[in-house]
Design a protein around this ligand. Structure first.
Ligand code: ZN
Ligand code: ZN
Length: 411
């Protein structure tokens, strides 16, 4: 009896000591990020001023990996057969557990530049990892920064997952800039599909009866999809563009194409939904007498697999940093390949507020705020919250165990 009491007292003493040690390390983490502040803001601004499209983020990838090398990380570039992807790890040497990955994104949007603020994502993840490396040094375990190209539609994380980059990694995280701070990210499953229509040219006024109008097939596809919408669940989003719609009004277009994203909350519903969309295009081809080619649907983005335990750790660190989380209802959401990663290992993707206005993401207005003083502040706060969450998972095995347990139990 006596020895049991003694053991319980000793355990509680050790637990308290561990918590005290963690609190002390947390203040060290904050100082470490503060010391990196200048470098991180420079990284973010340089990436912002040099927007690069998915799979072409050569400058961003170099700047981020140079920073990581300077901070003692072992860097491998071109991983997963992607030239602008990278894996940086600390400390050098063989794999160790626990292993925590910070995910970096750094691609921009055509014409809009950093209208999704990915200049902040890559920099925050590198800052978090570098701060942890400074504070924990050669503590058992590993931190990784995984540079994942082309989040905007290219699905760079998919080949990285496939090639085993995340094997043996216990948890992954990143932050995304937004108009509000919110820990839970909800994403829709998303699949891309392109329809190409092949018709026949003819003079549009003199001999239209000799032609087959490929553009009409495209227009019918849009109209058919619009007719379909009424019969679809409210979470479905289908939206497209017309990359090819003919050359001159006086030539019946022999070739036209359209490109759609098809999204829904339920990834298991996606194949049935896609089938309906394809039927809309096939009907357009039938009506116009054009031949149709269908491309795509191999690059599927999955929805986020949530992890309350993991989200709560991040939430507690926001509190530690005096950052308020927005409780407002989600108005709408997009899709991200981080959803695919969340199906493989426990993953979080919190949003961090970078402005007081409400510009839509994927706009020039959002690109402007992504380089503002508030964005710099969001970047530093994000790096801190990520690093503190990493520290919790590292030094408190019970927390990591809870995250793993929930991951295995949740479907
Ligand atoms: Zn985006
Ligand atoms: Zn984004």
């Amino acid at each position: 009896m006596f020895s049991e009491t003694l053991a319980a007292t000793a355990y509680s003493y050790l637990k308290t000591m561990n918590q005290m040690e963690i609190q002390k390390k947390k203040t060290e983490i904050i100082s470490a990020v503060n010391r990196l502040k200048k470098d991180l803001i420079t990284l973010s601004h340089n990436i912002h001023k040099n927007p690069e499209l998915g799979f072409n983020e050569f400058k961003a990838s170099k700047w981020l990996t140079d920073f990581l090398k300077k901070n003692g990380f072992d860097v491998k570039t071109g991983v997963g057969y992607l030239k602008t992807a990278f894996v940086a790890q600390f400390p050098k040497g063989p794999k160790k557990r626990p292993s925590i990955a910070f995910v970096a994104e750094y691609d921009a949007l055509p014409d809009i530049g950093h209208g999704c603020g990915h200049n902040i994502i890559g920099s925050a993840s590198c800052g978090a990892a570098a701060a942890l490396a400074k504070v924990l040094k050669n503590n058992s375990g590993k931190f990784l920064v995984v540079g994942t190209p082309a989040e905007e539609g290219g699905g760079g994380k998919l080949p990285l997952i496939k090639s085993g980059i995340f094997d043996g990694v216990d948890a992954a995280m990143m932050i995304h800039p937004d108009i509000k701070t919110k820990v839970r990210a909800n994403f829709l499953a998303n699949v891309q599909v392109r329809f190409k229509f092949y018709g026949k040219t003819a003079h549009a006024a003199a001999s239209p009866f000799l032609g087959k109008n490929a553009l009409d097939a495209v227009i019918l596809t849009f109209n058919n999809i619009n007719a379909l919408r009424q019969q679809l669940p409210s979470d479905v989003r289908i939206h497209g563009i017309i990359p090819d719609g003919g050359k001159r009004p006086n030539i019946i277009p022999a070739f036209a194409s359209c490109w759609f994203y098809v999204r829904t909350k339920d990834k298991d519903y996606l194949p049935a939904l896609l089938k309906k969309v394809k039927r809309c295009a096939q009907a357009g081809a039938t009506a116009t007498g054009c031949r149709i080619e269908i491309e795509g649907d191999d690059n599927v983005y999955y929805p986020m697999k949530h992890n309350n335990a993991f989200e709560d750790i991040f939430r507690s660190n926001l509190k530690f940093l005096n950052i308020e989380e927005s409780l407002a209802e989600e108005r709408g959401t997009g899709s991200s390949d981080i959803g695919n990663l969340s199906q493989v290992i426990p993953t979080i993707h919190p949003n961090i507020k970078i402005c007081n206005s409400h510009p839509p993401t994927h706009s020039k207005e959002f690109a402007q705020v992504a380089i503002s003083p508030l964005a710099d502040k969001g970047l530093i706060s994000g790096a801190k919250a990520l690093a503190l969450t990493g520290l919790d998972l590292f030094l408190d095995p019970k927390k990591l165990k809870n995250v793993e347990k929930e991951f295995l139990e949740r479907k």
